[in-house]
Design a protein around this ligand. Sequence first.
Ligand code: NAD
Length: 318
Amino acid sequence: MGTLTALADEVRALDGSRVLLIGGGRRAQAVSPLGSLLAAEFSGPAMHTPVEVTEKALAVLREHDVDCLVAVGGGSAIGLAKALALRTDLPQVVVPTTYAGSEATPVLGQTADGRKTTLRSAAVLPETIVYDVGLTLDLPVGMSVTSGINAMAHAVEALYSPDANPVTDLLALDAIRRLADALPKINADPKDPAARSNALQAAWLAGTCLSTVRMGLHHKLCHALGGSFGLPHAETHTVVLPHVMATQSPEAMARVALALGVSDAATGVYDLVVQLGGPTDLRDLGLAESDIDSVDADPGVRALLREAWSGTRPQQHR
Ligand code: NAD
């Protein structure tokens, strides 16, 4: 708590003296800690990092002779900083305020003409992360739940990744345990600093999994749904995850179930989302049933998407 006061020192440590501050409402909290280092602000990051927004921010950056990027916010603010770093090679200090985990990854998803493409490059990995639990205390419960399940999705898919290794397994299971513990506590008391801190640590662990091993079907589907139909990122992850889990390796799912303290991982995550008041169906997120036919997928995956569309509880592991 209060670590934002270190922001100016972190910028100077990267030889920065003219900062572009990126983010939504939380960005205001960084203005005073940055003091005279602040050269310009950009308040309009958008989900899925549209290239036209990046172009606008790039113009501001050039106009103000910026030499360091500071992003305060969720995956959208951090995604914009990454997109700018890719184009300018400027250093980034990022201050995450959700549990998306983007701060810990060299991954950038960008959208152009309704298509989302993802790249992996050391050029987009933020140089410095500042975690300040204080900035997360106001994250609405609904966003906390969906963002937390977004983090859980990184950890779950790491366990059955073709690149999985004993270290990422440990990180993933620790992230899942922390989220299962923290999310109900945040739901009961959104300003519980210990639960918030636990969730932020889980976000870093899960982001590190995403950074290290390839993700699978779940991320592919959410990426397609977000890019093509503009569905909200964290909410889409929350709805789709239990349905994908019901189709995955029983060994990996048994480990997830143990970490969650339930008998079946897929229904365990679904029930947790219901208990926390989160979304359970793609229909409510604005997807038309006919849109499912245009997703590039085989009949089994389309059936899974139909289940996620209507929001039925997934079958026990099959
Ligand atoms: P977001 O950044 O779009 O934030 C959602 C909303 O919550 C915004 O309106 C934001 O202003 C608000 N908000 C953020 N923090 C808040 C706080 N503490 N209190 C109150 N309001 C707050 O949502 P997100 O789910 O964090 O990020 C989604 C984006 O991140 C997507 O574009 C996704 O593709 C990307 N992402 C990338 C990676 C990666 O590794 N590249 C990983 C996860 C997500």
